[in-house]
Write a protein that binds this ligand. Structure first.
Ligand SMILES: *Cc1c(COP(=O)(O)O)cnc(C)c1O
Length: 434
């Protein structure tokens, strides 16, 4: 399979190059040159298979000979080494619990697959790759844990001092080995700016092999395609199946659209936004108007310029009417999110996190207008990751899972860094090869 850039100003590349580069040289995002439509017989074979078996079959179809079958299977099984249960919440609403991985958020799936794939492509080479990742919380923990112990790769996590929760911070500052965390006396935007600047810096480019692990990387997206097939096969098949996705950068939703393009019979998608309603506005007005993000209680969705919008435009050849025919959009403010969490908790006993609450409510609204459908929403994080918020809203004292407690017992070993790029650059150059 070849992969092209959505900006179409550079030649197509191999999977290896797409994964190691992350972003194409023309600033476009990589997409597979073909998305093969699978025959009905393919779907008939999925019933009764495990998550790992289904993921392997979908990976084989998606990557079409990019690497030897046995190697691909090993990579998929190492990446997806935890369960993703589909839980019934009401008569017609199901929750796809994507939070049973090591850092309790769906980003584990893509980050682990990316780490395994990068490790595979660089194995036995004498070069060291430096993965840079700026984080406001969830991405850093998933990426750091995904890459932990992978030879030939060091991970440098940049995060804003005092602006991530203690739980989040513990998930990437206590690991050691090939993971270093830089505690920057600045904002998340500073951290992200440095990462961008590092890729443009000649000295760094000469001295290091740099790559990025943020959600523009095709490998992260690809692994997220697998669980849509898995979820679909778990759903009752006596009604149309629709799917609701709490969205920020729209990587998760794009993966669902790719699954559908491969023939997965999901009838309709629902994009759930918080107050950062750029996509909702696009559906309503046909205009895509990025703007600065605003802080909400569903903070992993606080994105003002969703990067994967370019991929959605590419899939639908910029046709607003085609996008709107297949995707409905809803948005919620913090008060509404809190009410949904309370109502669902009271009526069903199910504890939603603020992100999942957006997905749930958007699905419920859609189903009220479409009585012959059933749906699942993606529950993207464990409520304990947002314990303070959730306890506050539900008046609960939710239990922190053992996995999270372990991180919190570890010793913080981050390196303080003043907010200027030169200090960061010197650090990267001095520690190269370590
Ligand atoms: C990253 C994240 C999202 C948003 O996912 P996108 O693929 O960026 O749309 C939603 N919920 C949680 C918990 C996240 O960490």
């Amino acid at each position: 399979m070849k992969y092209y850039s959505t900006n179409k100003n550079v030649p197509e590349v191999s999977l290896k190059e797409a994964v190691l580069r992350g972003l194409a040289a023309d600033n476009g995002l990589y997409m597979p040159a073909q998305i093969a439509r699978l025959p009905a017989s393919f779907f008939a074979t999925l019933a009764g298979k495990t998550l790992q078996e289904i993921s392997c079959e979908v990976a084989t179809a998606l990557f079409d000979g990019d690497l030897p079958e046995a190697d691909l299977q090993t990579i998929v099984c190492n990446a997806i080494n935890f369960e993703i249960p589909l839980v019934k919440v009401t008569d017609n609403i199901y929750s796809l619990e994507l939070f049973h991985g090591p850092t309790l958020a769906f980003k584990d799936v893509g980050a682990r697959f990316l780490a395994q794939l990068m490790g595979y492509f660089t194995a036995g080479k004498n070069t060291q790759i430096t993965v840079l990742v700026a984080t406001s919380g969830d991405t850093g923990s998933a990426v750091a844990n995904g890459f932990l112990g992978i030879p030939g790769i060091r991970v440098v996590v940049l995060y804003p001092k005092n602006r991530v929760s203690k739980i989040q911070e513990s998930q990437f500052t206590t690991l050691g080995q090939n993971v270093v965390a830089l505690e920057v006396a600045g904002t998340f935007d500073d951290c992200q700016q440095w990462v961008k600047q590092a890729f443009l810096d000649n000295d760094l480019q000469q001295a290091l092999t740099l790559t990025s692990a943020n959600s523009i990387n095709l490998a992260r997206l690809a692994a997220q395609v697998f669980y849509y097939f898995w979820a679909y096969t778990q759903m009752p098949q006596d009604a149309d199946v629709v799917c609701s996705v709490p969205s920020g950068n729209f990587g998760n939703l794009t993966a669902g659209l790719i699954a559908q393009r491969m023939g997965l019979p999901i009838r309709h998608f629902i994009a759930a936004n918080n107050r950062n309603d750029i996509f909702y506005q696009y559906i309503a007005t046909q205009k895509f108007t990025p703007r600065a993000s605003i802080a909400t209680i569903a903070n992993a969705m606080d994105v003002g310029n969703p990067s994967n919008f370019a991929r959605i435009m590419d899939l639908y050849q910029n046709s607003h009417s085609d996008v709107a025919a297949n995707i409905s959009a809803y948005c919620y403010n913090d008060d509404e999110i809190g009410c949904v969490m309370q109502n669902v908790h009271r009526q069903t006993g199910y504890t939603l996190d603020p992100h999942g609450a957006c997905g749930y409510e958007a699905l419920r609204s859609y189903l009220q207008e479409h009585k012959n459908a059933r749906g699942f929403f993606l529950e993207t994080a464990h409520p304990a990751k947002f314990k303070d918020t959730v306890d506050n809203i539900l008046h609960t004292d939710i239990v922190i899972p053992k996995k999270l407690q372990q991180f919190m017992r570890g010793t913080k070993q981050s390196i303080p860094m003043s907010a200027d790029f030169e200090t960061f650059k010197d650090y990267l150059l001095q520690t190269k090869g370590s």
